[in-house]
Design a protein around this ligand. Sequence first.
Ligand code: FAD
Length: 273
Amino acid sequence: MTETPEGVYALTVAELRHYTDRLFFFRTERPDAFRFRSGEFVMIGLPPEVMEAAGGKAKTIWRAYSIASPAWEEHVDFYSIKVPDGPLTSVLAGIATGDTVWMRKKPTGTLVHDALVPGKRLFLLCTGTGIAPFASIIRDPETYEKFEKVYVIHTCRENAELQYGFDLVEEIANHEILSEIVGDKLVHWASCTREAPDTARGVHAGRMTDAMRSGALYEELGIGPLNPETCRVMICGSMDMLQDCKQLCEAGGLVEGSNAQPGQFVIERAFVG
Ligand SMILES: Cc1cc2nc3c(=O)[nH]c(=O)nc-3n(C[C@H](O)[C@H](O)[C@H](O)COP(=O)(O)OP(=O)(O)OC[C@H]3O[C@@H](n4cnc5c(N)ncnc54)[C@H](O)[C@@H]3O)c2cc1C
């Protein structure tokens, strides 16, 4: 086995769950010294010999991944796409418990509390694997200290792709300490675009951005539209979705923030492409 490079942790895969043929979850042990802020991302890859054994070059391919577990957890969670010809995920999708995943030690990102000025309502807008950083944020007690209400708004193509979000909400409801902290502050709104929604589970039809433009989303949530006094927004999804959501935030009078200059909404790409 190749020696772990400087600045990299070798993590052992402890748990795996394949949600669909496009999506899977994996959990690794957490190195004692590893610190990050909920919502940040890291670079992950596989040791060269694993890439070579899978038919590729003996070279690590690094990709950005949001950490899907909160900063206080003893493990590190990831929620991943499987791109059939994807240089990393075509191999990563085949990992098993006990296998090694490499993670660069330095986390970074803008989907963090530090990049937002105080507010009352926090909207977490995401498509596909863009829910990963919010899996971290919604399980961080700080989120509920800072906001009165937290809305996870998740759109996917198919019902089955929304399951991870439902599992997270259920996990929080069943968690001894988190359920007390979260109470009724967390609201989960899910929709799918490419098949009939599972209405029995409360799934809606169509894109979140259409429901925001028409006002149907706010009406259902029993609140007014986005406004700079009370609303803060974190956005994570495809380029198109980011553009649409950014436009909706700006139309509502919200100003984009960053770590250096906190604002009323923040953005991160869920992938490049
Ligand atoms: C800041 C940041 C955070 C990210 N966090 C995550 C994460 O938590 N989970 C995750 O699965 N990916 C995440 N990604 C994407 C990730 O870095 C890789 O692109 C992805 O793992 C695929 O790697 P690959 O080498 O197999 O294919 P790549 O060569 O990286 O991608 C091939 C093509 O697949 C598509 N694609 C890539 N990633 C996705 C995706 N997540 N959803 C839909 N289509 C995609 C794009 O069209 C892309 O051009 C993140 C990207 C960025 C920039």
